[in-house]
Write a protein that binds this ligand. Structure first.
Ligand SMILES: Cc1cc2nc3c(=O)[nH]c(=O)nc-3n(C[C@H](O)[C@H](O)[C@H](O)COP(=O)(O)OP(=O)(O)OC[C@H]3O[C@@H](n4cnc5c(N)ncnc54)[C@H](O)[C@@H]3O)c2cc1C
Length: 320
């Protein structure tokens, strides 16, 4: 084992840079170095990885993270990890990253901790903090087998500039392409960056009809907010694209103002908005859990409250 080395991987370079910030801190504590895996042509990317703290960069030119399937990507990453034998590999918990992490851990017969909020080293041990039981509890878990495979949600850490040694190693991997991609179809996306929004108006099943979204859209418009939703609104009812849903299986947001409209406040939703600065809850049910998350609770019917709010904001802005 390369004592203490910390590797990072993401098929999206920006997420790899975020992971490098954490990897640098941990490898310093372990008295070792930080490495990154680049799939495909590394020529114009190596410099950026170095600027973000990578001491060693393992370039795998034979795998293309866009054209190749996740099985090929996972096998390639596995072979690099097997060769390098780090103490820890951090993988961004994207759709591809989650599959890669499970594959790497399984093929190396080692442990995998998914969606970790933090990673610490205690002597030789790697300890992670994760949400468990549907997001209701925080657990601290220590790896017993190494290399430790850890996935981290994108945007959990901030990328920082810190010069690494930037030594490049081209790695030859042998992969079998058992599947070939016939066609790619884009998933319907709103293109919105909910994670960066300063104000979010989020809607839940308190809305009776799709057409009633117009009310929430109008409130969002007058407030300069982005529109988010609970999973049933996008996943079950398909009233909004999937990239608008907030929560455990969706986006994590941390706006200055979060207005929850007709949302009950189940833990799977709440974990995605808990870091919001000020929370307003509009719900007819005084016992809805969302009220407990709120700084301002309005126990009332959204069909009466939203028009009143929209008018009030317009009045303040001099629009009526
Ligand atoms: C593994 C797993 C992952 C999940 N991930 C997510 C996730 O990422 N995000 C997510 O959101 N959910 C997720 N869920 C679903 C989650 O458990 C809840 O079912 C969901 O959040 C509930 O959505 P809701 O609040 O819109 O609906 P409901 O729970 O039905 O709540 C509707 C609320 O509207 C109120 N209401 C009704 N009429 C009005 C009115 N006229 N005016 C005001 N209020 C009104 C009601 O009092 C009620 O509180 C997940 C579930 C599982 C099992």
């Amino acid at each position: 084992m390369t004592e203490g080395a910390v590797l990072v991987f993401s098929e999206e370079d920006n997420f790899a840079f975020e992971l490098l910030a954490l990897a640098k801190k941990l490898s310093d504590q372990l008295g070792s170095w930080t490495g990154a895996i680049i799939l495909g042509d590394g020529s114009d990317r190596v410099a950026k990885f170095t600027e973000h703290g990578a001491d060693k960069i393992f370039v795998v030119p034979d795998i293309d993270s866009i054209k190749d399937g996740t099985d090929v990507i996972a096998e390639g990453v596995s072979q690099v990890v097997l060769n390098v034998s780090p103490r820890l590999i951090l993988i961004a918990a994207t759709k591809i990253g989650k599959e890669v992490a499970a594959y790497v851990a399984q093929s190396l017969h080692t442990g995998c901790a998914s969606e970790c909020l933090d990673v610490l080293v205690e002597g030789p041990w790697v300890e992670v903090t994760r949400l468990v039981m549907g997001g209701g509890f925080l657990a601290r878990q220590i790896f017993e087998s190494y290399p430790a495979v850890v996935t981290i949600p994108p945007r959990r850490f901030q990328a920082v500039r810190s010069k690494g040694e930037g030594k490049v190693e081209n790695v030859k991997v042998v992969v079998q392409r058992r599947m070939s991609k016939l066609e790619s179809r884009a998933v319907e996306k709103s293109g919105v960056k909910l994670e960066d929004a300063e104000v979010v108006v989020a809607v839940g099943r308190g809305l009776k009809r799709k057409d009633d979204l117009k009310l929430a859209e109008e409130l969002a418009k007058v407030l300069g907010a982005e529109l988010g939703c609970t999973r049933p609104i996008s996943g079950d009812l398909k009233w909004l694209p999937d990239d608008r849903h907030i929560g455990l299986s969706g986006k994590r947001v941390k706006p200055k103002l979060y207005i929850a409209v007709g949302i009950s406040g189940q833990i799977q939703h709440v974990v995605g908005m808990r870091e919001s600065k000020t929370v307003v809850c509009i719900n007819t049910d005084p016992n809805a859990p969302m009220h407990k998350e709120a700084d301002y609770s309005i126990v009332g019917d959204l069909y009466k409250v939203l028009p009143a709010l929209i008018n009030a904001v317009k009045r303040i802005k001099g629009q009526v």
